[in-house]
Design a protein around this ligand. Structure first.
Ligand SMILES: Cc1cc2nc3c(=O)[nH]c(=O)nc-3n(C[C@H](O)[C@H](O)[C@H](O)COP(=O)(O)OP(=O)(O)OC[C@H]3O[C@@H](n4cnc5c(N)ncnc54)[C@H](O)[C@@H]3O)c2cc1C
Length: 391
C-alpha cells in the first residue's frame, strides 16, 4: 500500500529544495522531497564549482527570509555592483549606486545554495527527504519509485527540471524553442581584478558573460555558442580555448587562465501551457526555461516558490483544500504571465544581438548608445531584473 504525505515534491534541485523548506516553515503539512541525485556536502575550501547562478535582489530577499542566505559562506558569495553589456560597436553600463541598490546581483555556486537549504530542511520533523529516489511513474495522486515503493499525496509538485516527467505524465504540453546553441561554462582566473563588474559581450554566435566570483581574480564564464563551435571549444587545449576567449572577448581583465574543466548545456526556451492541474503544480524549470543570457532562470523559479507557498499556506490557514485546482490557479495567475514576458523578452534580446546585417548593427549600436544616456529607462530595466520584492 502507498505511503501518504500531504505534499510530495519531485526534484530536489535548487528550486525544489527551497520549495520544500518554504512549505516546511510556513505550514504544518507533511512534506516529502524526492531527488534522484543525493546532495553532497559543500565545504568552504573546495574548489569553485562550475555551475553558478546570478541571483537577483528578490531571490536574495526570499533566501534571507528562509534563513538560507545566512547559511552561505560569505567568502563564497560574489556580487556585482556594476554591469557592462557591449558588442563591437557600442556599450551599455549599469551601476547599482545610480539606482539606489546595494548590488545589481550576487553569484552563488548552485551546490553551495542547495547544500545550505538541505541543511536547514533537516531541522524540520514534518519533512522527509528521500534521496536517491527516482520517480518512474505517476498515476492519479500516486507516484512509483524505481525501487517499486509507492507514495501518494494530496498535492504533487513537479520540480523535476526542464525534461519534467511529472509534466509529461500529467499531460501538460509545452512550447519549446531550441536555440541551436550550447552554453559553455568554465571558471577563469584574470590577471587584473574584476572589480565586481559583470561583463557581457555580444559576439557573432552568441553572448559571453563574465560573472565575478568572491575571489577578485576569478570569474565564471557562460558562453553561448553554436553547437559545433561549442563542441570544438569544449575539447580543444586549454591554451587554444583561452586564446579564443581573448580574441573575441578581450576586455579589461588582462591575461586569462583556465582554472576548471569545461562543460556544455543545450540551450532552449520552453513554457508549459498550464502550471497546474487538480492536485498537481509545476515550478521552476519544470514549468519554464529561458535563455541564460540574462541569468534569470532560477530567479524565476524562486519567485514561483514564493507564490506557491503563499497560495498553499493561505489556503491551509483558511481551512480550504490547498490542492484544489481553483486554489492552485491563483499560483498560476500570479506567475505564468510574468514568466512569459521574461521568456519573450530574452528571446527578443537573443535575436536582436544575434542579427548581423551591417545596417541593423548600426541601429542597435545607436539604440544602445541612446539607452545608455537615459537613466529612467535603465533604472526601470534594473528593477525588472531585480525581480519583485513584495511577496
Ligand atoms: C549555462 C547555464 C547558466 C545559467 N545561469 C543562470 C544564472 O546565472 N541565473 C539564473 O537565475 N539561472 C541560470 N540558469 C538557469 C538555472 O540553472 C535553472 O533555471 C535552474 O537550475 C533550474 O532549477 P530547478 O530546480 O527548477 O531544476 P533542476 O536544476 O533541473 O533540478 C531538477 C531536479 O530534479 C531531479 N529529478 C528529475 N527527474 C526526477 C525524477 N523522476 N525523480 C526524482 N528526481 C528527479 C534532478 O535530479 C534535479 O536535481 C542557467 C542555466 C544554464 C544552462
Amino acid at each position: 500500500m502507498a505511503r501518504h504525505t500531504d505534499i510530495l515534491i519531485v526534484g530536489g534541485g535548487m528550486v525544489g529544495t527551497v520549495q520544500a523548506l518554504a512549505l516546511a516553515q510556513q505550514t504544518q503539512l507533511s512534506i516529502t522531497l524526492l531527488e534522484s541525485d543525493p546532495v553532497t556536502e559543500f565545504t568552504v575550501n573546495q574548489p569553485t564549482e562550475l555551475r553558478v547562478s546570478a541571483l537577483n535582489s528578490a531571490s536574495r530577499a526570499l533566501l534571507s527570509k528562509l534563513g538560507v542566505w545566512q547559511q552561505l559562506h560569505t567568502n563564497r558569495i560574489g556580487h556585482f555592483d556594476t554591469m557592462t553589456i557591449f558588442d563591437q560597436h557600442a556599450s551599455l553600463q549599469f551601476d547599482a549606486a545610480e539606482t539606489g541598490q546595494t548590488a545589481l546581483g550576487y553569484i552563488v555556486e548552485n551546490c553551495h545554495l542547495q547544500w545550505a537549504a538541505t541543511e536547514l530542511i533537516s531541522q524540520f520533523s514534518h519533512i522527509q527527504v528521500l534521496s536517491p529516489a527516482t520517480v518512474t511513474a505517476l498515476s492519479g495522486q500516486t507516484v512509483t519509485l524505481s525501487d517499486k515503493q509507492s507514495l501518494s499525496a494530496k498535492l504533487i509538485i513537479g520540480a523535476d527540471g526542464q525534461h519534467s516527467a511529472i509534466r509529461q505524465w500529467a499531460g501538460i504540453h509545452r512550447q519549446t524553442l531550441r536555440y541551436q546553441q550550447h552554453g559553455l561554462v568554465a571558471i577563469i582566473h584574470s590577471e587584473k581584478p574584476h572589480l565586481n563588474c559583470a561583463r557581457q559581450r555580444f559576439v557573432d554566435g552568441g553572448p559571453v558573460a563574465f560573472l565575478p566570483l568572491a575571489d577578485p581574480h576569478q570569474s565564471a564564464i557562460v558562453w553561448s555558442l553554436p553547437v559545433a563551435t561549442c563542441q570544438e571549444l569544449s575539447t580543444c587545449s586549454p591554451a587554444a580555448f583561452i586564446q579564443r576567449l581573448h580574441e573575441i572577448a578581450n576586455m579589461d581583465l588582462g591575461e586569462l587562465q583556465l582554472l576548471s574543466a569545461r562543460a556544455a548545456f543545450p540551450l532552449q526556451s520552453h513554457h508549459a501551457d498550464h502550471y497546474v492541474k487538480p492536485g498537481i503544480a509545476l515550478i521552476g524549470d519544470a514549468a519554464h526555461g529561458v535563455h541564460p543570457l540574462a541569468g534569470q532562470g532560477v530567479n524565476l523559479g524562486f519567485q514561483d516558490v514564493a507564490a506557491l507557498t503563499k497560495v498553499v499556506s493561505e489556503a491551509t490557514h483558511r481551512q480550504r483544500h490547498f490542492a484544489d485546482v481553483n486554489v492552485l490557479r491563483r499560483y498560476q495567475r500570479a506567475r505564468r504571465a510574468e514568466n512569459l514576458v521574461m521568456q519573450h523578452s530574452l528571446t527578443g534580446l537573443h535575436h536582436v544581438f544575434g542579427f548581423r546585417p551591417p545596417l541593423f548593427n548600426q541601429l542597435r549600436a545607436s539604440g544602445l548608445h541612446l539607452l545608455n544616456q537615459c537613466p529612467p529607462i535603465k533604472n526601470w530595466l534594473v528593477k525588472q531584473a531585480a525581480g519583485k520584492l513584495d511577496r
